[in-house]
Ligand binder design. Structure first.
Ligand code: FES
Length: 257
């Protein structure tokens, strides 16, 4: 983990109000795994803002090596600043940080569930699992079509199920319905999205009696990203305290609820 200035090589509004930023290769980020994140320090001059935790979204081969990207919605000053970066600008990053997803060896059927912008780290995971020849089904959920990651940008081998709350794309409803349907099929499940989604998935998994492991990547507000400030503390139902930035952000949902 180290602080460095990352140079933007490409930027785009990918869909709805969701933006992507691609960065020039950095050897440090080659060590990152799906589910890990970096703190991005937004703002400049006399007005630096607190860091924003950004999951690594995806990698691609660029002219000078493996470029990495963040996918994000504009939700405040920090992400608005990020959305205005252009090729040649730089962003100070600290990373890679945290504990990412841990796919088990020698299992084949992988179920991924992304709520809203929670899809960001799952795309890289889907890329890796599909490249390893595993079967991957990705459930994408959102309020409506503008919140849905474009399925054509995923590897062709990935099966995609779309749910929207307003029925504007795919099945009407929430991700819990396809999750319940597909849970018996999968060997392992991975999820990222808002906290109520995790709790709902946990209940479905528990009530199924199938004892399938579900790894959730928590989205928490983080001020430091390195275990100092406790702004990201979560309190598992069985007691104790966990820090999303250093104990996670990946947790087995059974350890939280
Ligand atoms: S963000 Fe500061 S302790 Fe986790």
């Amino acid at each position: 983990m180290r602080s460095f200035d990352a140079e933007v090589v490409d930027t785009d509004r990918l869909y709805g109000s969701t933006h992507i930023l691609w960065f020039r290769p950095r050897p440090l980020m080659d060590r990152a795994r799906p589910g890990q994140f970096a703190m991005a320090y937004c703002g400049e001059g006399a007005d630096p803002l607190l860091g924003r935790a950004m999951s690594v979204h995806r990698l691609r081969e660029g002219r000078d090596g493996r470029e990495f990207s963040f996918l994000f919605d504009v939700t405040g000053r920090g992400t608005e600043w990020l959305s205005r970066r252009r090729a040649g600008d730089s962003v100070r990053l600290v990373g890679p940080l945290g504990r990412g997803f841990e796919p088990r060896a020698r299992v084949q059927r992988m179920l991924l569930v992304g709520g809203g912008i929670g899809v960001a780290p799952l795309v890289w995971l889907a890329d890796e699992l599909a490249a390893e020849g595993r079967e991957v089904t990705l459930v994408l959920g959102g309020r409506g079509e503008p919140q849905i990651f474009p399925p054509h940008l995923l590897p062709p081998a990935v099966e995609v199920v779309v749910t929207t709350e307003d029925g504007s794309l795919g099945e009407r409803g929430r991700v819990t319905a396809p999750f319940e349907r597909l849970l018996p099929w999968c060997d392992q499940a991975f999820a990222c999205g808002p906290d109520p989604m995790f709790e709902a998935l946990y209940r479905v998994a528990r009530d199924s009696g199938l004892r399938k492991p579900v790894q959730g990547l928590l989205e928490a507000r983080m001020a430091c990203g390195v275990g100092i400030c406790y702004s990201c503390a979560v309190f598992p139902r069985r007691g104790g305290v966990k820090l999303v930035c250093t104990d996670g952000p990946m947790f087995d949902l059974r350890d939280l609820y």
